[in-house]
Structures are given as structure tokens and as C-alpha cells.
Write a new protein. Structure first.
Length: 320
């Protein structure tokens, strides 16, 4: 990688622990092989997300789910005739936005066939989708290769029902630290879930018809109005009042004990994550945009395939 290309990443890479060049990636990887590739990705992504802004959260989540299983290799995009691929695992059944990735890939295949990997497409699409809803921009070093393996049995994602100790273990296993955990949780500012995932938390937390004591009672009452005991489908905003804009408001919600999931509320159970939340509340999220960019850069480097490993898929849902 040329020095001029490395300069914008110096600060970010200081927290990564290994340079992008050593990973085999380059900010200008497609400059000669597929000129204007990033412009094509951005154009198509904006076309979709500007019409349906909820896709920003969906595509960000898809990238996260991809990177946490076999690394950022596009394996989440693969289909299986036996329905035993990653996308068939229960946590992934609610993933949306595959049509955006496919549309971007199709545009790139017309422009430069067999050059841009689906793993790189997903990484760029997630970044550009977030920018549509006023989220932070981050550099995406390119040159990932696509994995050929996608197994439902290997899906072990951080759970919305997990406590802080388990979440930290999940993140540490991927080379991400406690700060990355709380910062990336901030992505819930644009997330949508449903009553099914919190029903037991508000109606029968310990089997005695009670609610989770970690929740603000007024928030529980509000949720019960939206979610009846047998309702498992009604959509819920993870960051009420701020779901269409990427900002630090999520941390205010968590600080008020209004985190939708146990995985949100439990961020108050660790000194480091609790301190970060309070800092964002006190400073109106002054460092959140930069912190999110830093953590997304790190996430995008998890267990990637480069060089001669993997392949460059012609269609993202199928191996060549």
C-alpha cells in the first residue's frame, strides 16, 4: 500500500494491532482493476436506502453477523439447497437487505466481471447505508476474498439474552475489546426488533409473572401497551424516538434503564461499559462517531480471507 493511502488510517490502525497492508488489504485495491467501484457501490446503496431507511440498520446488522461467523468472508450471503447455511440459523432468519447486496454486485459484474468480492461489497454497503441516515463514515480497506463454506451449525452470534461476561467473551474471541462491545452496541440506535424477543422479559422473567428488575418500570408499562402476552410480531424500536437517525441517543436510553434487550441493559453491569455510556450521555455523544468508525474498521478485519484463499464469487448467494 502506498504511504499516501496509509496516512488517513494511521490513527485508526493504531488500535488495530496489525496494519492493513499486513492483512493484504488496500484502500485503493480496485483503483486499477475496477475504477470507480466504490462510487458504484455508493450509488446503488443510496438508491435503495434512501427509499427505505430501515435498510441501514438491516445492512449494518448483516455485516456484523457475517464477520462474527468465519470472519468477514461473505458467507452470510450463501444459500444452501438443504437450508443449512448461516442465513438459515434462527438469529439470521430476520436479516434483510440481501437484494441490495445483489443489486450492487450485479452492477459491479457488468462493470468489471469477477473482480470485486461479495465480502468487500457487504463491507462497503454497510458503511454507505449508515451514511444515508447521517451515521459516521469509516474507511473500508479492500481486497477480501469470499469464503466457500457457510454452515448453520457454526453460527454462534452474541445473543440479545446474554449477560456482560458472555458478551465480552464473544467479542474477545474475535479480537474485539470491551470498548468495541459498547461502541458497536450503539448501532442499535437505528435498529428494529419485535415483541417476540422481549415478551418473556416484560411478562414472565423468572417464571413468576414478573418483569426484569433491570428495566425501568415505566418502560415496561409502555412496552406492555405495545406487546400483549401472545404478541410476538409487533415491531419495536431499539432506540425509541431516534430510530431514523444514527446518533448517540441509544446511550441515553440505556442509562435510563430502557435498553430493549438484556444485552443492552447489561452494559450497565461492567465498570468500563457503564463509564463509556455515562460519558456519551454527559457529552452528547461527542466521541461516538469517531469511536464507531474505529470499531467498524476493526470489525471489518476479523478473520478475513486474502491472497489465494477463497474466491471471487460471480453471484453472492452461490459459490462459483
Amino acid at each position: 500500500m502506498a504511504i499516501k493511502n496509509l496516512l488517513p488510517l494511521v490513527v485508526l490502525l493504531s488500535v488495530v494491532g496489525v496494519s492493513v497492508a499486513q492483512k493484504g488489504l488496500d484502500l485503493k485495491y480496485y483503483k486499477h482493476m475496477c475504477p470507480g467501484a466504490e462510487d458504484t457501490v455508493r450509488r446503488v446503496t443510496i438508491q435503495y436506502v434512501s427509499r427505505q431507511t430501515s435498510l441501514a440498520a438491516a445492512l449494518l446488522r448483516m455485516h456484523f453477523h457475517d464477520c462474527f461467523v468465519r470472519g468477514c468472508d461473505g458467507s452470510i450471503l450463501l444459500k444452501s439447497v438443504n437450508n443449512d447455511a448461516e442465513r438459515n440459523a434462527f438469529p439470521n432468519l430476520s436479516l434483510r437487505g440481501f437484494e441490495v447486496v445483489d443489486a450492487v454486485k450485479s452492477a459491479l459484474e457488468k462493470k468489471c466481471p469477477g473482480v470485486v468480492s461479495c465480502a468487500d461489497v457487504l463491507a462497503m454497503v454497510a458503511r454507505d447505508a449508515v451514511s444515508v441516515v447521517n451515521g459516521p463514515w469509516w474507511p473500508v480497506p479492500l481486497g477480501r476474498r469470499d469464503g466457500r463454506i457457510s454452515k448453520l451449525s457454526e453460527v454462534n452470534l452474541p445473543s440479545p439474552f446474554a449477560g456482560i461476561a458472555t458478551l465480552k467473551q464473544n467479542f474477545f474471541a474475535k479480537g474485539l475489546n470491551t470498548k468495541d462491545l459498547v461502541v458497536l452496541s450503539g448501532g442499535h440506535t437505528i435498529g428494529i426488533s419485535n415483541c417476540g424477543l422481549i415478551n418473556s422479559r416484560i411478562y414472565n422473567f423468572t417464571g413468576k409473572g414478573d418483569f426484569d428488575p433491570a428495566m425501568n418500570p415505566s418502560y415496561v408499562r409502555a412496552l406492555k401497551i405495545k406487546c400483549k402476552p401472545t404478541d410476538f410480531k409487533t415491531p419495536l424500536e431499539m432506540d425509541p424516538g431516534s430510530v431514523k437517525k444514527f446518533d448517540s441517543h441509544y446511550f441515553n436510553i440505556v442509562a435510563q434503564k430502557k435498553g430493549l434487550f438484556i444485552s443492552d441493559s447489561t452494559l450497565l453491569d461492567d465498570p468500563e461499559t457503564k463509564s463509556y455510556i455515562q460519558t456519551q450521555v454527559d457529552t452528547a455523544g461527542s466521541s461516538f462517531a469517531k469511536d464507531f468508525s474505529d470499531s467498524m474498521l476493526k470489525l471489518g478485519l476479523v478473520e478475513i480471507l486474502t491472497g489465494k484463499k477463497g474466491e471471487i464469487r460471480k453471484r453472492c448467494a452461490f459459490v462459483n
